[in-house]
Structures are given as C-alpha cells and as structure tokens.
Unconditional design. Structure first.
Lengths: 367, 71
C-alpha cells in the first residue's frame, strides 16, 4: 500500500487542478493563437508540471526545475543573457537618425511610474508595486530581472501578465492611440533623419554603456549585456559570436526561462486575489504608457515645424517590434503610402533602455 | 520622363506584382517588402508603363534602393 501513498493522484488539490487549466490555457494561446509562443508554451507547461504533486521538481536544493530557477533567475543570469541576444538583434540606426525620438521612449515609461503609485496605494509593498509597475515597460526579461530581486513571490504573475499583454499589444494600443489623435495627425508624413554611419553605430553601444552605467549603476547587468551584444553586431568582426547571441544562445536561454517562470506558479503562489489586481494594473500600465507617448509627440509638435506623427509615440511602449508594427498598420490605414515602421523603431528601442533605467532606479531605491 | 520607384525602407522583396511592359496607374501595388515580419505594399508613384524592374522576389533591399522605373 506504500505504492498508493506515493501516487500523486491522491495528493491532488482543487487548486492544482485550476492551475492545470491555466497551464493548458496558456499552451492553447501559444499554440493555436500564436501568442508569444516562445515564452507562453514553456511557461504553460511549467505550470502544469509544477502543479503535479509529490514530484520534488521544485524542491529547494534538489529539484530539476528548482535548479533552473535558482541558477537562472535567482542568480540573475538568464535575463542578462537574453539582453545579450536582444542587443545583437537591435539596430540603433532608426534611433540615432532622429535622436529626439528618445523622449517618446522616455515618456512611455510614465506607465511604469503611475502604475507603481497605483499599486502601492492599493496595498502592495513598495517592492511589489515596483515589480508590477515595470510590467508597463513591456519588457519580459526586465520584468523577470526586477521580480527576481524585489518580489520573487510575484514573478510568475508579473511575467505572464507582461508577456500576455505584449502579445495583445495589437488589441490594447489602437483604441488608445485613436482616441488621442485626429485623422489628420495620423496622416502626418515624417521627414527622414540623417543617415547613420557604421562608425557611429560602433561607438554608440560603448558610449551608451558608460553614460548609463555611471548614472544608474544598478542597471549594469542588463545594459552591459545589451550593449555588448550590440557591439558584437556593429563591429562586424565577430559574426560567429553575433550569430550565437542572436540565435542559439537566445533560444537556449529562452527555453530555460519559460520553464523556470512557469514552475514558480504553484497554486499557493498564483491563486490569490492579488493576481487579479496585477493583471488589471498591468493593463493600465500599458494603456497609460501608450497615451503618454502619443501625448508627448503632440506636445513636441507644438515646438517644431518638422512634425512627428503622434502614432509613433505609441511605440515607446517597448514591446519590440510589436508596438512598431501597430504604428505601421495604423499609419497605413490613414494613408497607405505612409511607412512609419522605421520611425517607430526609434522610440521602440529607446523604450527598452528606458525600462531598464526605470528598473535600475527602483533597485537603487528599494534594494 | 522616367520615374524611379524607390524602396521606402529596408527589407526583403516578398512579392513582385508587376512585369516589365505593364501599364500601371498611380497607387497600384507594384511590390511587397517584408520587414520585421510585416508585409508592406509599395505603390506606383505615377501613371505609366513599367520600363524596368531591378529586383526579384527574395532580394534584400535598403532604403532608397531603386526597385523599378516607370515611363
């Protein structure tokens, strides 16, 4: 009869069964709807297996999945490695070509800060509120990085909220952007910025690392890896490393990331009313960030004759390149010959750096 | 007088919708460029006859590359 004692079937709780459904839902969204499948598929499966009893998979010190989580996330190795890959994939040309677009990336971070205050006033601790706020930065690895350091108990919920809303950007952003812009504004054609030479693109990651890390040292793990990846790419002399960072490394690390995040979502961690609040606040963060980016673009237009299409401000919400694609689509709906995609990549990428700086500021103040 | 059709952004040609000798009107779709996994149609800038097509499906193009000429 000892065999029966060790069978998991008799140790299943209702909470676990609910988590199975959630895991299955995420896998369905990933596979059938192709919502962020690279993350939501392993997260969904991780949730499923982490909620099967008596497996010891998440047993501290021994469990297989615990080891991925501990060495990858608790030791903060995985998010910086993802940033290494992202930097190798990023072209700073569109941003350097029109540097004023940096302000739009910065403006969209307002979603992070407003949500931080909202979460705090709703009863979350400052550390938890910061982790919830950073969801509005629309950047998965930064959310996971900050959660790992400040509020590991909210890691799963914040990561799933962040990746879900990133996938839903084409649904969340357009109504906000349409509300805040006139049809004429959406038709604005922008003048191309100057051409950026290879040498400028080579100096940028070096200079940016130094400046940003001197100002916000806590952002160093993410910024240094991001800029190193970019340096690999722009130097053009380490194609093997660039290729590894962009492809094999990214893929391997993403694989471990999804599994580890999903495995933190046990029934006790996830089935709490705070999680509903987190999902609500995350949505608010995305919407506010979109709005502030668009609004700043409109304000900047008051001071210049070289007009910015305000839609481009929405790309400051740094879901790369989903938000830029939304801008392209909405611009083409207003005027089919207007191609805003590359303009939108400017604030899109600036927003990534803006979110990392916001995370660095939170860490400096709260760690 | 020949009018050049330029690529408005960098990407890959995923579709060539016209042939040399075709009659086109302004705003007819001539090419589709794929960038950041989006399909972006390129439209004729004027009426005329396509006198030259300098790219084919699968080619990588940079912003301002000449794609075709219209007479």
């Amino acid at each position: 009869m000892a065999v029966l004692d060790h069978m998991g079937i008799f140790a299943v709780t209702p909470g676990m069964a609910v988590m199975w459904l959630i895991g299955l839902l995420l896998m369905y969204l990933a596979i059938s709807k192709e919502y962020e499948p690279l993350l939501l598929l392993p997260i969904g499966f991780g949730i499923l297996i982490a909620n099967l009893p008596l497996t010891q998979l998440m047993e501290p010190g021994e469990g297989l999945i615990w080891r991925f989580y501990h060495y990858g996330i608790e030791w903060e190795i995985i998010p910086p490695l993802i940033f290494l890959g992202l930097g190798a994939l990023t072209d700073f040309g569109p941003l350097l070509s029109q540097p004023r677009l940096i302000f739009l990336g910065a403006a969209a971070q307002a979603g992070v800060y407003v949500t931080f205050f909202a979460a705090s006033s709703l009863g979350f601790t400052l550390e938890e509120a910061a982790t919830i706020g950073i969801i509005g930065g629309a950047d998965g690895p930064t959310t996971i990085f900050l959660a790992g350091k400040l509020a590991p108990q909210l890691l799963g919920a914040c990561a799933v909220a962040a990746y879900s809303y990133m996938a839903l950007v084409p649904i969340i952003q357009p109504p906000v952007m349409r509300l805040l812009t006139t049809a004429n504004e959406r038709r604005i054609r922008m003048k191309k910025g100057r051409k950026i030479g290879a040498r400028e693109k080579l100096w940028f990651p070096i200079a940016a690392s130094v400046v940003i890390i001197l100002l916000v040292p806590a952002s160093a793990p993410l910024i240094s890896m991001f800029m190193l990846g970019n340096l690999f790419r722009e130097s053009k002399v380490v194609e093997r490393l660039t290729d590894a960072a962009q492809n094999s490394l990214m893929n391997i690390v993403t694989l471990f990331l999804g599994l580890s995040v999903g495995a933190t979502m046990s029934a006790e961690n996830f089935l709490r009313k705070e999680v509903i609040l987190i999902f609500f606040l995350g949505l608010v963060a995305f919407m506010i960030g979109t709005a502030t980016g668009v609004i700043l673009a409109k304000i900047m237009n008051l001071f210049t004759s070289d007009k910015i299409n305000p839609l481009v401000g929405g790309a400051g919400v740094s879901a790369v390149p989903m938000a830029a694609r939304v801008v392209q689509r909405m611009g083409a709906e207003a005027d089919k010959k207007n191609h805003l995609l590359m303009f939108a990549m400017g604030p899109n990428i600036a927003g990534v750096i803006g979110t990392v700086i916001a995370a660095g500021i939170f860490l400096t103040l709260l760690e | 007088m020949a009018q050049e059709v330029l690529a408005p952004l960098s990407g890959n040609i995923s579709k060539v919708s016209v042939g040399v000798g075709d009659l086109v009107e302004e705003d007819d779709e001539m090419f589709v460029v794929e960038a950041l996994k989006m399909e972006i149609p390129i439209y004729a800038p004027c009426d005329g006859t396509v006198s030259e097509i300098t790219v084919k499906k699968g080619d990588a193009v940079e912003e301002d590359d000449v794609l075709a000429s219209i007479d």
